[in-house]
Design a protein around this ligand. Sequence first.
Ligand code: SAH
Ligand code: SF4
Length: 392
Amino acid sequence: MQKIAPITQDVLTLPRNSLDGPQNLIGLTRKGMRDVLIRTGTPEKQARMRAGQIWQWIYAKGVRDFDAMTNLAKTYRAELKNNFVLKVPRILTKQVSEDGTRKYLVRIEGGHEVEVVYIPENDRGTLCISSQVGCTLTCSFCHTGTQRLVRNLTSAEIVGQILLARDDLAQWPIPSVNIREPRLLSNIVLMGMGEPLYNFDNVRDAMKIAMDPEGICLSRRRITLSTSGVVPEIAKTAEEIGCLLAVSFHATTDEVRDKLVPINKKWNIATLLETLRSYPKLSNSERITFEYVMLKDVNDSDADARRLIKLIQGIPAKINLIPFNEWPGAPYQRSDWKRIRAFSDIVFAAGYASPIRTPRGEDIMAACGQLKSASEKVKKSSMWPKIPTPTA
Ligand code: SAH
Ligand code: SF4
């Protein structure tokens, strides 16, 4: 088994919006947008309406050019152009899998890269977005975990992934809520690169924007945030974002979980479960998803399945079994299908839904845990000299 690196929380957080240069309007909350408009001369009385108009252009119509905002006076558009930009990450490459999955490599400021994956299904289309470049955590079965963290994404870069996927899918304008048109992009999962709860504020702002009824308009129940178990931020997720929660559980003893998901050494299984039991929004229709990667001879025995059921007793839950997705040099193997099915049967017999996640986009390395970009950590001092390192 791979040597476990110590947990570090060495995250660079950029200023909330963008680097130096004109302010990016994308990624600001409604209030944030109003505030910057007032600061640059929009009369206070008009600011709410102007922010609403600009909001609709950006998030309902997909417009990123002030000149195209035709319900604003020409002089006002010119002022906007002087003061602001509308910037999203740029798609560098797009790969399309045999099964229709699309993987985008996108470039963010500073020349770094993250991956975004679009997964079409019969009744939905899910976008798997990233919250960090790399990850500070070092889960031993995860490809992203072998990439040193470069930095947290800004809220603009997080919501920008949704905007650029909509560009690629030609999904503008967003149909009004009353029109029951099938949406190619109907769900968001924060299951790409990074630990979303170590970039809480930016993830929250981006998801609030995605949920806003006058823009992207995704219901909070169509957004799932996956965490490795950052206990102090879990209750905040329910209160401040309100989306669904998935937890990377992966083991039924602390001994094994310490090795697979090293954050377990900080917040162990008992502490994590206690927090999940009091997740405020829990109801049967809003179950917590327990993600469980199936690793041959590591965590996949019948005894593991039985322990799992016992541990989560009383928590409205569904168990998502993820066949391990291999990557070059990975220290594990995928459990046999027979073993995965046997595990699933035990969990199912105990009354829990236990879908086996079909690996998608394996031929383009787009499946869960296979994402890794070429960005590597550089010395902070040479990159972003003025950026403070948070202690959280
Ligand atoms: N950092 C967050 C979200 C990103 S990972 C988290 O850990 O929850 C999304 C899911 O894929 C997690 O459950 C993660 O544990 C799982 N995963 C990571 N590497 C994997 C791999 N190689 N095969 C299958 N699942 C993997
Ligand atoms: Fe980070 Fe999640 Fe991968 Fe663990 S599984 S290294 S938390 S991205």
